[in-house]
Design a protein around this ligand. Structure first.
Ligand SMILES: *Cc1c(COP(=O)(O)O)cnc(C)c1O
Length: 345
């Protein structure tokens, strides 16, 4: 990037920097030894997220990747089969974790918008009584769905998959790294999403703008086992972990209500991009804070954008992705559209 400053960074919603107010709040929270369960801020955060999601218990972790992997480990035995969308985060960005940590087989579904139906799960369900077949054990749902374009599961589809899973003794995990974006867009309370899943991952380093951290919520006995796996995986933290949990507490108080602004900015960006000749917007409609699009010469275009201080994420298949977040305002979106117009020309 030859030293050019990026001043409009649409690479990801992980690019937000903790604000001064967030940092000051983090300085002042009470802390203790998280590993021993003695950090009051971590404990308060866990209780708050559990209550929001309607779950008995929750566990703070360094990352949503760890929360997902530990959830999978809790639900399965090696050789079991999980059903997940082919484009899900856990199959693409978690370094083969399903195979490495849990030794599971994957049945990948390819529904529209990264979502599937109870019928799709029924079509790949393994009979429970076979001497030969792997055992279907876990259904994996991502909401919002990142690679599908920040898409939101339709409630009837999720209800159908949930009812099917319960009727067939399958666990259901919701990778809700961006569950608050889903809720802001759909108006469905996160507790309703939570009630349809056995376990839920929530990530604080995305739209909520924290430096890191995630929570896994679920039944008490399962969360007890998750605590042992967190120790095993080296994820247990020590004194002062509440400083990081404090960022999440601050974000729940100050950053939840504004997620709709990110969605409005993403819609405006998509409309602006679509008006530039040569740009094809894939994400239609824009449901949350992501816009995927294509240009004829991806590398040349992106270099021209970087030179002008604008960054996107280059994706497989020559797609580009823009993600809006709390460090991007409406004025920056208008400037970004202007830069795209120049860069294409
Ligand atoms: C980012 C993300 C994760 C992982 O979050 P980290 O905290 O960065 O490990 C998991 N699932 C989805 C859908 C994500 O977008």
């Amino acid at each position: 990037m030859s030293g050019t400053a990026i001043d409009i960074d649409l690479y990801s919603d992980t690019l937000t920097m903790p604000s001064r107010a967030m940092r000051e709040f983090m300085c002042n929270v009470p802390v203790g030894d998280e590993q021993k369960g003695e950090d009051p801020t971590v404990n308060a955060l866990q209780e708050r997220i559990a209550a929001m999601l309607g779950k008995p218990a929750a566990l703070f972790m360094p990352s949503a990747t760890m929360a997902n992997q530990i959830a999978m480990k809790c639900h399965t035995q090696p050789g079991d089969e999980i059903v997940a969308d082919a484009m899900s985060h856990t199959l693409h960005y978690e370094v083969g974790g399903p195979a490495f940590h849990s030794g599971v087989m994957v049945r990948a579904l390819s529904g529209p918008r990264g979502c599937f139906t109870a019928e799709d799960v029924a079509a790949v369900l393994r009979p429970a009584d076979s001497q030969y077949l792997p055992q279907s054990r876990l259904v994996w749902v991502e909401n919002t769905h990142n690679l599908a374009g920040g898409t939101v599961w339709r409630l009837p589809d999720l209800e159908g998959v949930s009812a099917f899973a319960r009727a067939h003794d399958l666990a259901l995990h919701l990778d809700g790294a961006r569950i608050f974006n889903a809720s802001a867009a759909s108006g469905v309370p996160v507790g309703v999403y939570g009630s349809l899943a056995d376990t839920v991952t929530v990530c604080f380093s995305k739209g909520l703008g924290c430096p890191g951290g995630a929570v896994l919520a679920g039944p008490s006995a399962l969360i007890g086992r998750a605590r042992r796996y967190k120790q095993l995986f080296g994820g247990a933290m020590r004194q002062g972990a509440g400083i990081l949990a404090g960022a999440a507490v601050y974000a729940l108080d100050h950053h939840l209500d504004r997620l709709g602004e990110d969605h409005a900015n993403a819609r405006r960006l998509a409309a602006g991009l679509a008006s530039v000749p040569g740009v094809a917007v894939d994400t239609d409609p824009v449901e949350t804070n992501m816009v995927y699009f294509r240009v004829p010469d991806v590398d040349g275009f992106h270099a021209a954008c970087l030179q002008r201080g604008l960054r996107f994420s280059k994706q497989v298949g020559n797609r580009l992705r823009a993600v809006t977040h709390l460090d991007v305002d409406a004025d920056m979106i208008e400037r970004a559209i202007g830069i795209v117009r120049e860069a294409v020309a």
